[in-house]
Design a protein around this ligand. Structure first.
Ligand code: XMP
Length: 511
């Protein structure tokens, strides 16, 4: 595996993903680990990530030069590049000048790292001081206006570095820099493929579970579906899945899980039709937080009831959680921390139901989860489903939730999704909430009569991680199609509005 040493900037995860995209397994470790601890993990290569803008910055962590003498290939990126230069006897000039954003790079001599690339490239920079002299034995490969030494390599020792960020999208030929390091310099084999991920996960699950019983709550989302499918492949009939229909799902989603998913995987599914229960509990409630609390509470209660029934029949030793690698990294990376956080997700289950968590996706990024889902033959609509909130359509009806209102929203949402799919733009956007303003009415004219109906709001967004988002610039023709179909086909809707707010200040969901 490749270790990506995190110096505290936001780039380490991106680097780890790029390495995985090259089909090489990578893990992120803190720069606080000693060189011995890093080497104990037997890395095939090490990448030092970006961090503070300069090795002279107040918060700059030190880099133990021993890391370069261990015979393990090392790529330094940005801060990692400067740290490598300094540790090996090069010069980092205290210019105090910043070079930030898109920068033109001139390649003097491609070498192993930049070979076969154009002579000038646009690359993404973010640094203060710069390397003015490469260490002995290194060949200088490229320069920019603000960085006389912007890349170097020492093929003999397997060491190389770049001042810019090859991992970001704005950098041209970035992925190739990473791949040239992995394959030409570190001589690794690209063997981290969806097939191997599946095989490794299945073996790990078998070892962990033995002949014990496993419970999994399906939500209809990608993560729980892929996690369940993996466990199913590993241990078959020892797994029971519970799927709670709270009546707040979108059109076709219940059938997708009950029919398509079961057909594709053969899982033993306990289906709980709890639509009445949720509608009754939500009657008269229009406050968003109140809705969320009620839905969460009823969900846990239902799940607990089902878990008890199943536990009575066959016992439960493990509970599946769809924790992903970014959650693990963000909660400190250590086993303990991540478990505390993910156990919280199922919080509310009674203490007398004892089980251990099993997290088959804890080493995967979202795109890898999708690749594994495809490898396992899950329905495409499920694998590529957009994120959908646990409280479902309940927080997309502004106002009280009733069966009639759910039916209107479900229909409008289905139209929007269908047209987005027809336009083949599903994979270009992050999410496409459709919201019913149930407490608002406006005057319209439909057919030859005056109407007094409700508006539907379209909220398509682009995002990388839902922390920030921008409104998606969908083509006018598509918006027109969706608008005319919704106003024609959905009773009581006489107006369609487009939400053009970024996040912040707006959130993605309306409630
Ligand atoms: P906001 O609206 O906060 O949403 O910008 C960010 C992301 O989180 C999803 N979301 C939820 N997911 N339970 C969930 O599982 C929830 O209660 C919930 N609320 C929001 C939202 O769809 C978006 O992807």
């Amino acid at each position: 595996k490749v270790l990506v040493v995190d110096f505290g900037a936001q780039y380490a995860q991106l680097i780890a993903r790029r390495v995985r995209e090259a089909n090489v397994y990578s893990e992120i470790v803190s720069h606080r680990l000693s060189v011995e601890e890093m080497l104990a993990q037997k890395p095939a290569a090490i990448i030092l990530s970006g961090g503070p803008s300069s090795v002279y910055a107040d918060d700059a962590p030190s880099v133990d030069p021993a890391i370069f003498d261990a015979g393990v290939p090392v790529l330094g990126i940005c801060y990692g590049f400067q740290a490598m230069a300094q540790a090996l006897g090069g010069t980092v000039a205290k210019t105090g000048q910043r070079e930030y954003g898109r920068t033109s790079l001139s390649i003097a001599e491609g070498g192993c790292l930049l070979g076969s690339m154009p002579n000038t490239l646009n690359v993404w920079m973010s640094h203060g001081d710069s390397v003015s002299k490469a260490p002995k034995g290194f060949k200088v490969l490229a320069r920019t206006a603000g960085a006389p030494v912007a890349a170097f390599e020492d093929r003999e020792r397997g060491l190389a570095g770049v001042q810019w960020h090859p991992e970001v999208n704005h950098t041209q030929w970035g992925q190739q820099v990473i791949e040239h390091f992995l394959f030409n310099i570190a001589k690794l084999t690209p063997d981290w493929t969806p097939e191997n991920m599946v095989t490794e996960s299945i073996n790990a699950i078998r070892t962990q579970v033995g002949d014990k019983h496993v419970l999994c709550a399906l939500s209809g989302g990608v993560d729980s579906a892929v996690a369940a499918a993996l466990v199913q492949q590993a241990i078959g009939s020892q797994l029971t899945c519970v799927f709670v229909d709270h009546g707040l799902l979108r059109e076709g989603e219940v059938e997708q899980v009950r029919n398509d998913f079961v057909a594709a995987t053969g899982v033993d599914l306990v289906f709980a039709d709890e639509r009445e229960r949720f509608l009754t509990a939500l009657a008269g409630v229009s406050d968003p937080e109140e809705k969320r609390k009620i839905i969460g509470r009823e969900f846990i209660r239902t799940f607990e009831e089902k878990a008890r029934e199943i536990a009575g029949e066959r016992g439960i030793d493990f509970l599946v959680q769809g924790t992903l690698y970014p959650d693990v990294v963000e909660s400190g990376g250590g086993e303990g921390t991540a478990n505390i956080k993910s156990h919280h997700n199922v919080g509310g289950l009674p203490d007398d139901l004892q089980f251990t968590l099993i997290e088959p996706l804890r080493q995967m990024f979202k795109d890898e989860v999708r690749a594994v889902g495809e490898q396992l033959g899950l329905p495409e609509a499920m694998v590529w489903r957009h994120p959908f909130p646990g409280p479902g359509l309940g927080i997309r009806i502004v106002g009280e939730i009733t069966e009639d209102r759910l039916a209107i929203l479900r229909q409008a949402d289905a139209i929007a999704r269908e047209e987005l799919a027809n336009a083949k733009l599903e994979r270009d956007i992050w999410q496409f909430p459709v919201v019913l303003l149930a407490d608002v009415r406006s005057v319209g004219v439909q057919g030859d009569g005056r109407t007094y109906g409700h508006p539907i709001v379209l909220r398509p967004v682009v995002s990388d991680d839902a922390m920030t988002a921008d409104w998606a610039r969908l083509p006018y023709e598509l918006l027109e199609k969706i608008s005319s179909r919704i106003t024609n086909e959905c009773p009581e809707v006489n107006r369609v509005a487009l939400d053009i707010t970024s996040k912040p200040p707006g959130t993605i969901e309306w409630e």
